[in-house]
Each structure stands twice: as structure tokens, then as C-alpha cells.
Design a protein around this ligand. Structure first.
Ligand code: ZN
Ligand code: ZN
Length: 348
């Protein structure tokens, strides 16, 4: 085994360096060493690169970014863990204490002791190797590529959103924002039985992709009044579940208006404002359920099954590939949404 590896380390705003760092050690019996092959560039990586802080996590020390990863198992300490060298795995990027009430009840995304890739001070996966506990690694079937394996992370978010939002058979849903998470939330809602999926976005290319992936109606919000269109498409009723996937206050407010009486608004994106204006009386009188979302729990197995079964297409979202050495440029590429990028993948 080599003792050093290449990694893309974020030092500060717009300062990411690809340099040699030590290969992580497998120390605990639980740990497995994974040779990383595919890592998606997430909005949160780009946010760190642009701002140096995300939510309550500031970048205090140089940190390796990247958390949407898949690779090959190269070293296993516990032979009974069910994995062996050569296995291809998707990495679930947050492992938890496994002991608290939330971990025990299966709601482990609420665990206070989560260790998450690329959430400083924890190093991420824009690197050649990651050491990670075996119970947060998921073996990929031969039919899934490692790029698809990396996409299990954003798909887990989409599946959790569809589940939290309660999208079910015959439901109508609106997806506000057709970025990677919006497109995966849409496909998850359809897989859960939604029969009408209205998608709005400002980019024609993303809407075309949404239509290809199963959207029944697409709305170019740069050209049309999205709220009026959704109401018209639903005969003035509104949708059963409105998903806010743009991470913006105006779309959250719109979601609250286009949800039907007694419907649900599922927040998926993270709006930049913490105290937006909310139509409280309308929410009360129309019995709207506004639901939060934090990552996901128990979503990797269904994510893998749904892609294996051909029910969800993640491959079509992957529009660009970069080598590890090109990671800093990939941050800017994605931030500026160059060349119609939807999901860029780093292949270390
Ligand atoms: Zn992500
Ligand atoms: Zn816990």
C-alpha cells in the first residue's frame, strides 16, 4: 500500500490545492479502505469553495471536500463484515453513533454524533482513498457503474424527500427547481406512484432532461408564471405535494401557494434566509404540512435497487467528468453552470 495519496484540499475561499497527503489508516475493526473512483461535485462542495462556510460549519483548517463517492474495497480488517477486497461500493457519507435513541429507532439522520465526509474537520472523498466503516458501505451490483454508485448519495436525498413529503400512488407533485436533487426527487416521487409531476426551472436544458426522465409537464419559469401554470394544470386545485428544490425563498413561498388544501410542502433545498416571510394564516386555514429534511436514513439499499431495476435513471444526470487534478477548476465550472452542467463527477 502507498503511504501518500493525491487529494483536493480546500484551504480557503477559491483556494483548493491538489497535493500529497497521508493515506487514511484503517484502525478500527469496522474500517474498510476504499480506493475512490467516482465522486460527484455537490452544491455544498461548491458553496464551501465560494464562501468557506456552510450553515454552522465553517472551514477552520484545510479540508478535503467531496461526499458523493463510490470506489473499490482494497483493505478489510474484519472478515465477517460482508465486504472483501475487490468489491465495488457506494459510500454513505455520514456514519452515526449507533447507540442513541435516533440511531436505535432508525431515524439515524437525527443522531447528534454524526461523522460526515467533507463536513470540517472530517476529510472528504476528493482523494484516492477513504477509510470508512463497513456498515455505511453498500455493495454495488455489477450492472451499476461506479459513477452511478456516486449518484446514490443525491438519490438518497431525493428518495428521502419523496418519502418525507408523502408522495404516493396517483398523487400530483410539483418540483420547483430541476437541479440534480430536483430531478432525483421527481424520479423518486414517480417511483413512489405519483402520476403527475410538474417541474419548473429557469434553464431549458434542465427542463428537457426532466421531461426525458418522466416529468409530465415542464414550466420554464424564466418565460412563464410558474405558479399560474401549476394552478391551471391542476384545474385550480394545486398539487398534493410541492417540493422546494431550488433552495430559494420565493420558490418556498410559491410551494406554499401551489400545494392543495390539506397538502404538503416538502423543503428539500436550503434557502439562504433563515427567517423568510411565511403566509401563516393560509398555512393554518388550508391545513398545509410544511416539512423539513435533513440528509436521509436507510435510503442506500432502495436507491441501489431502484437504479438496478431501471426505475430511476441517475446516469443521464452525469454530464461532465474531471480528473482529480482538475477538481479546483471543476468547482468553478459547476458554480458558473458552464456548458449545461447538471452533475460533474471527479474520477480520482
Ligand atoms: Zn451532496
Ligand atoms: Zn446516534
Amino acid at each position: 500500500m502507498p503511504t501518500t495519496m493525491k487529494a483536493a484540499v480546500l484551504y480557503g475561499i477559491h483556494d483548493m490545492r491538489v497535493e500529497d497527503v497521508p493515506v487514511p489508516q484503517v484502525t478500527s475493526e469496522r474500517d474498510v479502505l476504499v480506493r475512490v473512483r467516482s465522486v460527484g461535485v455537490c452544491g455544498s462542495d461548491v458553496h464551501f469553495f465560494e464562501r468557506g462556510i456552510i450553515g454552522k460549519y465553517p472551514l477552520r483548517a484545510p479540508t478535503i471536500m467531496g461526499h458523493e463517492a463510490a470506489g473499490d474495497v482494497v483493505e478489510v480488517l474484519d472478515e465477517a463484515c460482508g465486504l472483501q477486497p475487490g468489491d465495488r461500493v457506494a459510500i454513505e457519507p455520514g456514519y452515526t453513533c449507533r447507540r442513541c435513541e435516533f440511531c436505535r429507532s432508525g431515524q439515524y439522520n437525527m443522531c447528534r454524533d454524526v461523522v460526515f465526509l467533507a463536513a470540517p474537520p472530517i476529510h472528504g472523498a476528493f482523494a484516492e482513498y477513504v477509510a470508512w466503516p463497513s456498515d455505511f458501505l453498500f455493495k454495488l451490483p455489477d450492472t451499476l457503474s461506479l459513477d452511478e454508485g456516486a449518484m446514490m448519495e443525491p438519490l438518497a436525498v431525493g428518495l428521502w424527500a419523496a418519502k418525507r413529503g408523502g408522495a404516493g400512488p396517483g398523487d400530483s407533485v410539483a418540483i420547483l427547481g430541476a437541479g440534480p436533487i430536483g430531478l432525483l426527487t421527481m424520479q423518486s416521487a414517480i417511483a413512489a406512484g405519483a402520476t403527475r409531476a410538474v417541474v419548473s426551472d429557469l434553464e431549458a436544458g434542465r427542463l428537457a432532461l426532466a421531461a426525458k426522465l418522466g416529468a409530465t409537464d415542464t414550466i420554464d419559469a424564466s418565460q412563464t408564471d410558474a405558479e399560474a401554470s401549476i394552478m391551471e394544470l391542476t384545474g385550480g386545485r394545486g398539487v398534493d405535494v410541492a417540493f422546494e428544490c431550488a433552495g430559494a425563498v420565493p420558490t418556498l413561498q410559491m410551494a406554499l401557494r401551489v400545494a392543495r388544501n390539506g397538502g404538503t410542502v416538502q423543503i428539500v433545498g436550503m434557502p439562504a434566509e433563515q427567517h423568510p416571510q411565511m403566509p401563516l394564516y393560509e398555512m393554518i386555514n388550508r391545513e398545509l404540512d410544511l416539512r423539513g429534511l435533513f440528509r436521509y436514513a436507510n435510503c442506500y439499499p432502495p436507491a441501489i435497487s431502484l437504479v438496478e431495476a431501471g426505475r430511476i435513471d441517475v446516469a443521464s444526470l452525469v454530464t461532465h467528468h474531471f480528473a482529480l487534478a482538475e477538481t479546483p477548476g471543476a468547482m468553478t465550472f459547476v458554480h458558473e453552470r458552464r456548458d449545461g452542467v447538471v452533475k460533474a463527477i471527479i474520477n480520482p
